[in-house]
Design a protein. Structure first.
Length: 210
């Protein structure tokens, strides 16, 4: 099967999930009579705006990871389609814990639901990548054992951070936030410079060449 439809459908789901995040940010339906009242409303909306921005980055990172992983699949088969659907299902859940997080950040249950969802999505990266490398009919030739090991070493950091974030919520919500930020920082600034990214660039150049 050609993977273009899978990628197009996945991009559509990611776009919808990101759009749903902003729906959690609502302006109260009240008549504003002065600037003090407006400032109070804006200040009250800050937690929701922060939750939106934070979750937007998270979904963006997962979208990039999805793109990187499926660059190593030359075609898709039925099991891979179902794995992708499960992956998208967990991503579609993110607006729910994000909305809870905006109103109840300091509650352990809130952090556990949020980090648990992110952990499940991160683990799906391993499962999908493992399936691709074990199936020669699906695997792109660029996914060598060396590149696979590099991908695994890079990808293990985020789920570990999400696991630590969930475990530390009973100690301090700020400690949980620290671990989540560590995962985001690593994904944004470190992974893009590793061996996998260089291999993907080489593959893209090769395919774009006349």
């Amino acid at each position: 099967m050609n993977k273009n439809r899978l990628e197009a459908f996945s991009d559509g789901v990611f776009a919808i999930v990101i759009t749903l995040l902003i729906l959690n940010v609502k302006v109260p339906d009240v008549h504003i009579t002065n600037n003090v009242q407006l400032n109070h409303i804006i200040f009250a909306a800050l937690p929701k705006l922060l939750s939106f921005g934070f979750s937007f980055l998270v979904i963006g990172i997962f979208w990039i990871a999805h793109h990187r992983i499926f660059s190593f699949a030359k075609v898709v088969d039925t099991p891979l389609l179902w794995l992708n659907l499960v992956y998208l299902m967990f991503n579609a859940l993110v607006p729910f814990p994000a909305s809870i997080l905006a109103d109840n950040f300091f509650l352990p249950t809130t952090i556990l639901i949020y980090t648990g969802t992110l952990f499940l999505i991160s683990m799906m990266h391993f499962i999908i990548l493992e399936y691709i490398i074990r199936n020669e009919d699906v695997k792109h030739g660029a996914l060598t054992k060396s590149v696979y090991r590099s991908a695994v070493r890079s990808a293990i950091f985020s789920p570990v951070c999400f696991l630590l974030a969930g475990a530390s919520c009973f100690i301090s919500a700020y400690l949980s936030l620290f671990f989540i930020i560590c995962a985001l920082f690593f994904s944004i600034f470190i992974i893009g410079k590793n061996k996998v990214s260089k291999k993907l660039i080489a593959v893209a150049k090769e395919e774009a060449a006349p």
